[in-house]
Design a protein around this ligand. Structure first.
Ligand code: HAM
Length: 442
């Protein structure tokens, strides 16, 4: 066998569904995180970073069996000590674990937290759907009040708007409290039993494990059946009805546009009362839940984020008390892909000057000059690995940076530097001591 040529397949590659994020993409992610963090801080949220690995039961109990995340998508790790850990597939159960573990119930309530980082789901990779993807999420834990649902939703809309997402579409629904949900589920199961003949194996299984998930089905045969299915809002008891009405009133008051979507139930078990998802109506968005050729409605496009209230999560995780909470998680990869105008991160500064060095003496002293500029917050670009004036000038011309600094043998000896205006080609020699001040005056 010849080993002259190594084909692409033989080279190492990132795991399927996972990517290197670099260059402008990296800055886009960072720009989004900074914007979202700025808004979260403004609203009094504090940061938390939970471990990437958590005990498996946090998710099997918290998110729930019968959900895709738990049944099919978790990356499990058996440690050398024999523990079963999973790479976090979502953030809410981890944050609730941290809240309980650190006794945050003894702090003034509610506790408002934000987080970001990678999540892992063994999903079928395609555009907008990765096995490692990035989230930014917020959680308000310790308040059952409807205003908190509205604040969280409002903040989600703000973050998307300020991240350059045009035409945000917000879908909301209420699945009520446990009592309302029980009545609703009974009715839903009866309804789907009548349509068993049209249901595929997965949805039949859902009828047993988690009937709400059928409303989320990707099967085009079920679109109409789902559209005609009993609606959770018709089964809300008076407490649940009141809560949902208040959320909508708050949203109306703040001026957040939303659309009621009766088929919106969300794929995780822990939700109660309000559930919501953010979409963009831009047609460039990839499509979800739709077979090729099937008619595409806005709801069927990929969600940029989703969330809701989760008043029973703490009990599902084995804690003795109910701890009310509400929050959302964004899919940052999708936001970066969909945004037309993602904010620039703070580190990404436009260079004010291009620095050229000529000769050994000048090269040696270059770092000192660059350091003077850095300390004076003057962003500079340079190519210290290059030697010739021609190659450096060519880069300077191409970069469009308005001024070039030329540091040659003579200037290095005299502690001065030439400042060249690239447009007029005029040049001034300035003492290094006075350089920062001079550049700021330009
Ligand atoms: P989720 O809807 O499962 O909710 O995920 C949140 C967002 O993550 C989705 O709306 C989507 O944008 C993004 N996402 C999900 N899977 C993928 C994937 N494979 N590739 C790229 N992006 C993806 C939660 O995780 C809840 N913890 C949200 C929450 C917070 N609820 C209350 N608080």
């Amino acid at each position: 066998m010849s080993d002259k040529k190594t084909s692409r397949e033989e080279l190492f590659q990132a795991p399927k569904g996972m990517r290197d994020i670099m260059g402008d993409d990296y800055y886009s992610y960072q720009g989004f995180f900074e914007k979202a963090q700025e808004i979260a801080e403004y609203y009094g949220f504090k940061p938390i970073q939970t471990p990437i690995l958590e005990q498996e039961e946090i998710f099997t109990k918290g998110v729930g069996g019968g959900t895709d995340i738990v049944d099919k998508e978790m990356y499990s790790v058996k440690t050398k000590g024999g523990d079963r850990l999973v790479m976090r597939p979502e953030g809410t159960a981890s944050v609730m674990r941290a809240y309980i573990e650190h006794g945050m119930q003894n702090k003034p309530q509610p506790v408002k937290l934000y987080y970001s980082g990678p999540l892992f789901r063994h999903d079928k990779p395609q555009k907008g759907r990765y096995r490692e993807f990035y989230t930014f999420g917020i959680e308000v834990i310790g308040s059952p009040k409807s205003i908190m649902d509205a604040v969280v939703i409002h903040m989600g809309v703000l973050m998307l708007k300020e991240a350059g997402i045009e035409n945000i579409s917000l879908k909301i629904n209420s699945i009520g409290d446990a009592e309302s949900r029980k009545d609703y589920l009974k009715e839903l199961v009866n309804y789907y039993k009548k349509h068993l003949g049209k249901m595929n194996v997965t949805d039949r299984q859902r009828l047993k494990d988690n009937p709400l998930r059928i409303l989320d089905s990707k099967d085009p045969n079920l679109f109409q059946i789902n559209a005609d299915a009993p609606q959770s809002v018709s089964f809300l008891n008076s407490t649940s009805k009141k809560h949902f009405k208040e959320v909508m009133e708050h949203l109306n008051e703040i001026g957040v546009d939303y659309e009621l979507d009766h088929t919106l139930v969300r794929g995780l078990d822990y939700y109660t009362h309000t559930v919501f998802e953010f979409f963009t109506t831009e047609s460039s968005q990839p499509e979800d839940k739709v077979e090729p050729g099937a008619e595409v409605s806005l709801t069927k496009r990929l969600a940029l984020g989703g969330g809701g209230r989760y008043d029973y999560l703490s009990k599902a995780m084995g804690y003795k008390k109910e701890i009310p909470g509400v929050g959302f998680g964004f899919g940052v990869d999708r936001i970066v892909e969909a945004s037309k105008n993602i904010p620039k991160p703070r580190v990404k500064k436009k260079s004010k000057v291009y620095f050229i060095q000529l000769g050994t003496e000048a090269k040696m002293k270059s770092l000192k000059v660059i350091e003077v500029l850095r300390q004076n917050k003057i962003p500079v670009r340079q190519s210290l690995s290059k030697d010739s004036l021609g190659s450096q000038l060519a880069i300077a011309e191409k970069s469009g940076i308005p001024h070039t600094l030329i540091f040659g043998q003579k200037e290095a000896l005299e502690n001065s530097i030439i400042v060249r205006d690239m447009a007029s080609r005029s040049q001034t020699t300035v003492d290094i001591d006075k350089l920062a001040k001079y550049l700021k005056s330009l």
